[in-house]
Design a protein around this ligand. Sequence first.
Ligand SMILES: CC(C)(COP(=O)(O)OP(=O)(O)OC[C@H]1O[C@@H](n2cnc3c(N)ncnc32)[C@H](O)[C@@H]1OP(=O)(O)O)[C@@H](O)C(=O)NCCC(=O)NCCS
Length: 151
Amino acid sequence: MANAVIRRASMGDLDALLRLYVQLSAGNAATIRERAETGLRDILASSNMTLLVAETDHLVGTVTLVIVPNLTHNAQPWAQVENMVTDESVRGAGVGRLLIEECLRLAREAGCYKVQLQSGNQRSTAENDAHGFYRHLGFEASSAGFRYYFQ
Ligand SMILES: CC(C)(COP(=O)(O)OP(=O)(O)OC[C@H]1O[C@@H](n2cnc3c(N)ncnc32)[C@H](O)[C@@H]1OP(=O)(O)O)[C@@H](O)C(=O)NCCC(=O)NCCS
């Protein structure tokens, strides 16, 4: 079992976070330092967002949880999981589970009725089967995901 500590990110984690995001999506990692700093500051200031990191002697994983206020389902909020990645050196060691379990705990504590996420079709391969990971942790692929990208 992973011995990583799960905690909320701080501004000092920015460089390590950017290194992890390269492993999530090399082409989409933030490259302009100032923009990344503003982004992290905005996330940390948002009461509806939690940016978690997993730490050993350095950062080995991260995930972002967004709590969304809601007017259906008896006005219970729901939660979105985004930007989930663990360092290649620790995959399979339980760090991803620790991060998702903390998301579920926080979402339950916030009164959410569901936690959802999108995971691209390309993330279900023999080398990296994120879909199998989510299924294993209790998520169901029960809806179709639609995205509209602004270029
Ligand atoms: C997907 C990813 C986050 C998983 O993280 P991880 O740290 O390797 O996962 P863990 O070691 O904590 O695995 C947790 C459990 O899921 C299981 N699991 C992992 N992948 C699985 C799969 N494809 N099928 C079934 N079970 C799987 C593990 O065996 C483990 O089981 P256990 O806790 O019951 O023993 C990681 O591989 C990663 O960062 N991939 C690249 C980025 C990515 O694709 N992110 C997802 C974006 S949507």
